[in-house]
Write a protein that binds this ligand. Sequence first.
Ligand code: SF4
Ligand SMILES: [Zn+2]
Length: 344
Amino acid sequence: MKELSEFCRNLKKDFTPKTRDPAKPVRCWSEKDVLNNDDVVDTFVIIFRTRGCSWALNSGCSMCGYFNDSMWKTVTDTDLLKQFDTMMESYSDQKFVKIFNSGSFLDDNEVKPGVRNKILHRIFETAEKVSVESRPEYITNSRLSEIKKISKSKIFEIGVGLETANDFIREQAINKGFTFQDYKKATEKLKKQGFKLKTYVLIKPPFLTEKKSIEDAEGTVEKIKTIADTISFNPTNIQRNTLVDYLWYRKQYRPAWLWSVVEILKQSKKTTKDVRIKCDVVGGGSIRGAHNCKACDHKFLDTIADFSLHQDTKVFNKLECECYDKWQDLLDVEDIGFGSIIEI
Ligand code: SF4
Ligand SMILES: [Zn+2]
C-alpha cells in the first residue's frame, strides 16, 4: 500500500544514525540451539553491522527498527572482514553458527559476494551448520550455487521473514514489499540446492486484534507447514522510530499476550509433524515486548524457551495465572472496543 510505505519512509526522514566505527560488529555470543533433529548444541551467534537492509533504507517494514543500528552508509569489505575477525576471536569451534546482519546476508549491497564467500569458507572449516537470513528477492540460483560449492554436504539454512501467509496483511499492515508467491518461488530454489528453510512468522502485526493475530499465525502455519523446515515465531516488540512505536505511543497498539504466543505454539505443534516450531520473544516481559501480567511473565518466557529447544508441548500444562481470565475477556470483547482497551 502506497500510504503505508510512504508513512514508514517518512518516519525515518529526520532520523540521524549514531556515529559508529564500521570496523566494529554489533556483537556475538554463544547460546543453545538445535543442530539437527533433537541434537541441542552450543551455537555461536554473530551480528554484523552493515549499511542496513535495502528495504528499510527505502521505506521498511512497519515493526522493524533494525535500521536504528545500521550505518546508513557503505561499510567497506575491509571493515566487514575486520568485524568478522573480531567476532571469530570468541569462536570456540561451535558446530552451529548463526549469522545475522539485520538485513539480508544474500544482498550484494550489504555483503559483497567475495566477503560472503570468505566468511562462509572460514566458518564451514569447522561448523556443521550455518544459518543466515535473506529477503526472497536475493535468493537467486547463482548465489545459491556459489554457496553450495562452499557448504558442500553440510547444513545451510536460510531464514526468510514471511511474517504471514496472508498477502493483504503483509501489504496493508506490515509493508513487507513481497508476496506469498515471491516467498514460495525463493523457497523452491533453495530446496533444490538441498538447503534448509526457516520461516519467520510475526505474532501480532499492527492493526490486528489479538484474536485475529492468533488466527493469522495459525492460518499461516497451515499454508507453510509443507514448505518450512523450521517455523520461528516473532512476537512484535516495539522498536523505536517504527509505525508500531507510533501507534503504541498513541495507545493504539499492545504487544501480544504470552498466553496468545503459547496458544499459537501449542496449536502449531499439533498441526505440523516434522517442522520445528520455535519462538524467540525479544523484549518479552517488558511493556515493549510480548507480556502478560508481570507476575507470570518469566515463567512463560522460560517455558517458551524450553519448548523451542525440546518441542514438548506438555511443558505448557503447568502454566497458570490469574491473568488468564483477563486475556480470555480481551479476546471476547476486543472486536467491539478496538482502540480503547489496549491495557485492561
Ligand atoms: S524486517 Fe527484515 S526486510 Fe523488513 S525492514 Fe527489517 S530487516 Fe528489512
Ligand atoms: Zn499472569
